[in-house]
Design a protein around this ligand. Sequence first.
Ligand code: PH2
Ligand code: MG
Ligand code: MG
Length: 164
Amino acid sequence: MPLAGIALGSNLGDRQSHLEAAIARLDRILSGLLASSVFETEPVDVLGAQGPFLNAAVVGGFEGPPLDLLATLLAIERERGRQRPHAGAPRTLDLDLIFFGAEQVQEPGLVVPHPRFRERRFVLEPLAEILPGLVHPALGKTVAELLRDCADSSSVRRFAEARA
Ligand code: PH2
Ligand code: MG
Ligand code: MG
């Protein structure tokens, strides 16, 4: 069964509740779910002044096509009141599919592995906590190596420990 990696983010409303609810939902969809700690992070590449994000990452097995998983992620975002007034707006919950086994997907609504995750400390740091040895299917580098080489110096601090 392919291992799916998902990045979670929130900077609107009760950020921690949004992430916790999403992790509980994903635990029922993915097998053998591993969840990172929650990190508080500085906004990167957003429009205007925005509050800090909480970010986390989960990995788990998913049986089915990546577009089915994407549809479920978008449904969970909607359950948490996600609105999209414009690109880069503050959000209650953002669930991004970062990788899906070694698959490389180029569809209109989905590119996997996520094209910018190697540049984003707020994705790499949580992912490195749970799966440092995962090899990026296109770059041939592990998540730990991508984090070591990451030029993004934005702030990423542990906010809450991973739950058992
Ligand atoms: N998500 C973005 C853009 N910028 N910055 C942080 N710190 N965390 C995010 O989740 C994030 C971001 C686009 O989805
Ligand atoms: Mg995103
Ligand atoms: Mg998104």
